[in-house]
Design a protein around this ligand. Structure first.
Ligand code: MG
Length: 203
Protein backbone atom coordinates (compact mmCIF):
# COMPACT_ATOMS: atom_id res chain seq x y z
CA UNK A 1 0.00 0.00 0.00
CA UNK A 2 1.23 3.49 -0.81
CA UNK A 3 0.06 7.02 -0.13
CA UNK A 4 0.24 9.39 -3.08
CA UNK A 5 -0.19 13.09 -2.41
CA UNK A 6 -0.89 16.07 -4.63
CA UNK A 7 0.64 19.44 -3.79
CA UNK A 8 -0.40 22.94 -4.94
CA UNK A 9 -3.88 21.94 -6.12
CA UNK A 10 -5.91 24.96 -4.93
CA UNK A 11 -5.09 28.43 -6.24
CA UNK A 12 -5.59 30.23 -2.90
CA UNK A 13 -3.25 27.80 -1.14
CA UNK A 14 -0.58 28.04 -3.87
CA UNK A 15 -0.64 31.82 -3.38
CA UNK A 16 -0.54 31.74 0.43
CA UNK A 17 2.76 29.83 0.29
CA UNK A 18 4.15 32.04 -2.48
CA UNK A 19 4.40 29.24 -5.06
CA UNK A 20 3.58 29.25 -8.79
CA UNK A 21 0.44 27.63 -10.22
CA UNK A 22 1.63 24.26 -11.58
CA UNK A 23 0.94 23.22 -15.17
CA UNK A 24 0.77 19.57 -14.20
CA UNK A 25 0.03 17.93 -10.82
CA UNK A 26 2.79 18.15 -8.19
CA UNK A 27 3.12 14.64 -6.77
CA UNK A 28 4.93 13.24 -3.73
CA UNK A 29 4.51 10.11 -1.63
CA UNK A 30 4.35 9.00 1.95
CA UNK A 31 5.31 5.46 3.00
CA UNK A 32 2.97 3.08 4.80
CA UNK A 33 4.66 4.01 8.11
CA UNK A 34 3.29 7.55 7.71
CA UNK A 35 -0.27 6.34 8.29
CA UNK A 36 -1.53 7.22 11.76
CA UNK A 37 -3.28 4.09 12.97
CA UNK A 38 -6.66 4.65 14.55
CA UNK A 39 -6.68 4.94 18.32
CA UNK A 40 -2.97 5.84 18.21
CA UNK A 41 -1.97 9.23 19.63
CA UNK A 42 -0.23 11.80 17.46
CA UNK A 43 2.90 13.14 19.15
CA UNK A 44 4.43 16.46 18.10
CA UNK A 45 7.62 15.45 16.20
CA UNK A 46 10.81 16.51 17.98
CA UNK A 47 12.61 17.62 14.78
CA UNK A 48 10.30 20.52 13.90
CA UNK A 49 9.32 23.83 15.44
CA UNK A 50 6.62 24.58 12.89
CA UNK A 51 4.13 21.75 12.43
CA UNK A 52 1.34 22.62 9.96
CA UNK A 53 -1.99 20.92 9.33
CA UNK A 54 -3.21 20.52 5.73
CA UNK A 55 -6.74 19.15 5.47
CA UNK A 56 -7.40 17.28 2.22
CA UNK A 57 -9.94 15.02 0.53
CA UNK A 58 -8.56 11.46 0.48
CA UNK A 59 -9.57 8.75 -2.01
CA UNK A 60 -9.35 5.01 -1.53
CA UNK A 61 -8.24 3.11 -4.64
CA UNK A 62 -10.52 0.13 -5.36
CA UNK A 63 -9.09 -1.30 -8.58
CA UNK A 64 -5.60 -1.96 -9.92
CA UNK A 65 -4.67 0.19 -12.91
CA UNK A 66 -2.03 1.87 -15.03
CA UNK A 67 -2.47 4.48 -17.80
CA UNK A 68 -6.01 5.21 -16.63
CA UNK A 69 -7.85 7.69 -18.83
CA UNK A 70 -9.63 10.58 -17.15
CA UNK A 71 -13.00 9.39 -18.47
CA UNK A 72 -12.56 6.01 -16.71
CA UNK A 73 -10.94 7.33 -13.51
CA UNK A 74 -14.09 7.27 -11.40
CA UNK A 75 -14.08 3.45 -11.63
CA UNK A 76 -10.82 3.31 -9.69
CA UNK A 77 -11.90 4.66 -6.29
CA UNK A 78 -14.90 3.66 -4.23
CA UNK A 79 -14.69 5.71 -1.02
CA UNK A 80 -13.63 9.14 0.14
CA UNK A 81 -12.81 10.86 3.38
CA UNK A 82 -10.77 13.78 4.66
CA UNK A 83 -7.35 13.56 6.22
CA UNK A 84 -4.38 15.63 7.28
CA UNK A 85 -1.12 15.89 5.41
CA UNK A 86 0.98 16.93 8.42
CA UNK A 87 3.92 19.04 7.29
CA UNK A 88 7.04 20.20 9.11
CA UNK A 89 6.95 23.59 7.38
CA UNK A 90 10.31 24.80 8.69
CA UNK A 91 12.02 21.66 7.37
CA UNK A 92 10.15 21.88 4.07
CA UNK A 93 11.22 25.53 3.59
CA UNK A 94 14.86 24.53 4.13
CA UNK A 95 14.59 21.61 1.71
CA UNK A 96 12.86 23.76 -0.93
CA UNK A 97 15.60 26.40 -0.69
CA UNK A 98 18.23 23.74 -1.30
CA UNK A 99 16.21 22.04 -4.07
CA UNK A 100 16.07 18.81 -2.07
CA UNK A 101 13.24 16.23 -1.81
CA UNK A 102 10.46 16.89 0.72
CA UNK A 103 10.24 13.53 2.48
CA UNK A 104 11.72 14.62 5.81
CA UNK A 105 9.07 17.34 5.99
CA UNK A 106 6.12 15.35 4.66
CA UNK A 107 6.59 11.61 4.97
CA UNK A 108 7.59 11.13 8.60
CA UNK A 109 5.86 8.61 10.89
CA UNK A 110 2.18 9.37 11.51
CA UNK A 111 2.17 12.33 9.12
CA UNK A 112 -0.90 10.96 7.30
CA UNK A 113 -4.17 11.14 9.19
CA UNK A 114 -7.06 9.46 7.41
CA UNK A 115 -10.68 9.76 8.50
CA UNK A 116 -13.49 7.25 8.36
CA UNK A 117 -14.29 6.43 4.73
CA UNK A 118 -17.64 7.20 3.14
CA UNK A 119 -18.52 4.55 0.52
CA UNK A 120 -19.48 6.24 -2.75
CA UNK A 121 -23.00 5.44 -3.87
CA UNK A 122 -24.14 6.15 -7.46
CA UNK A 123 -26.06 9.26 -6.34
CA UNK A 124 -23.04 10.80 -4.55
CA UNK A 125 -21.99 14.00 -6.35
CA UNK A 126 -18.25 13.44 -6.86
CA UNK A 127 -17.78 16.81 -8.59
CA UNK A 128 -18.87 19.00 -5.67
CA UNK A 129 -17.66 17.88 -2.24
CA UNK A 130 -17.66 20.38 0.62
CA UNK A 131 -15.06 19.75 3.32
CA UNK A 132 -13.67 21.62 6.28
CA UNK A 133 -11.31 21.50 9.23
CA UNK A 134 -11.90 22.77 12.75
CA UNK A 135 -9.01 23.58 15.06
CA UNK A 136 -10.13 23.74 18.66
CA UNK A 137 -13.73 24.02 17.39
CA UNK A 138 -12.95 27.02 15.17
CA UNK A 139 -13.15 26.64 11.37
CA UNK A 140 -9.70 27.13 9.82
CA UNK A 141 -10.12 25.53 6.38
CA UNK A 142 -13.17 25.19 4.15
CA UNK A 143 -13.40 24.40 0.44
CA UNK A 144 -15.24 22.57 -2.30
CA UNK A 145 -13.58 19.95 -4.48
CA UNK A 146 -14.68 21.85 -7.60
CA UNK A 147 -12.00 24.44 -6.71
CA UNK A 148 -9.20 21.96 -7.38
CA UNK A 149 -6.78 23.04 -10.12
CA UNK A 150 -6.59 19.38 -11.23
CA UNK A 151 -9.84 17.45 -10.69
CA UNK A 152 -9.88 14.06 -8.99
CA UNK A 153 -10.19 12.30 -12.36
CA UNK A 154 -7.30 14.24 -13.90
CA UNK A 155 -5.15 13.47 -10.85
CA UNK A 156 -5.81 9.75 -11.24
CA UNK A 157 -4.96 9.92 -14.94
CA UNK A 158 -1.71 11.78 -14.26
CA UNK A 159 -0.56 9.64 -11.33
CA UNK A 160 -1.24 6.40 -13.20
CA UNK A 161 1.06 7.45 -16.04
CA UNK A 162 3.95 7.14 -13.58
CA UNK A 163 2.81 4.75 -10.83
CA UNK A 164 0.58 1.69 -10.96
CA UNK A 165 -2.41 2.15 -8.72
CA UNK A 166 -3.22 -0.79 -6.48
CA UNK A 167 -6.25 -1.65 -4.41
CA UNK A 168 -5.91 0.01 -1.00
CA UNK A 169 -3.64 2.86 -2.11
CA UNK A 170 -4.65 6.26 -0.77
CA UNK A 171 -4.58 9.53 -2.69
CA UNK A 172 -4.40 12.89 -0.88
CA UNK A 173 -5.77 15.46 -3.31
CA UNK A 174 -4.26 18.71 -1.99
CA UNK A 175 -5.13 21.31 0.58
CA UNK A 176 -7.03 24.58 0.19
CA UNK A 177 -6.03 27.91 1.75
CA UNK A 178 -5.93 28.30 5.52
CA UNK A 179 -3.04 26.01 6.41
CA UNK A 180 -1.39 26.93 9.67
CA UNK A 181 0.49 25.94 12.73
CA UNK A 182 -0.67 23.54 15.39
CA UNK A 183 0.79 22.99 18.84
CA UNK A 184 0.55 20.45 21.62
CA UNK A 185 -2.99 20.29 22.98
CA UNK A 186 -4.69 21.37 19.75
CA UNK A 187 -7.58 19.24 18.51
CA UNK A 188 -8.17 18.95 14.76
CA UNK A 189 -11.50 17.70 13.46
CA UNK A 190 -12.24 17.05 9.77
CA UNK A 191 -15.58 17.07 7.99
CA UNK A 192 -17.18 16.25 4.67
CA UNK A 193 -20.36 18.30 4.54
CA UNK A 194 -21.59 18.09 8.14
CA UNK A 195 -20.18 14.64 8.86
CA UNK A 196 -17.26 14.48 11.29
CA UNK A 197 -14.74 11.92 9.97
CA UNK A 198 -11.72 12.32 12.25
CA UNK A 199 -10.62 14.04 15.41
CA UNK A 200 -6.95 14.16 16.37
CA UNK A 201 -5.32 15.68 19.42
CA UNK A 202 -1.68 16.77 19.23
CA UNK A 203 0.08 15.22 22.24
MG1 MG B 1 -0.77 18.64 1.24
Amino acid sequence: MKIICVGRNYTDHVKELGNNIPDEPVIFMKPKSALLQSHTPFYYPEFTNELHYECEIVLRVSKNGKYIQEKHASNYYDAITVGIDFTARDIQDELKKKGLPWEKAKAFDNSAVVGKFIPLTPDFNRKSINFSLLKNEEKVQEANSSQMIFSIDRIIENISNYFSLNIGDLIFTGTPAGVGECVTGDVLEGFIEKQSLFSVEIK
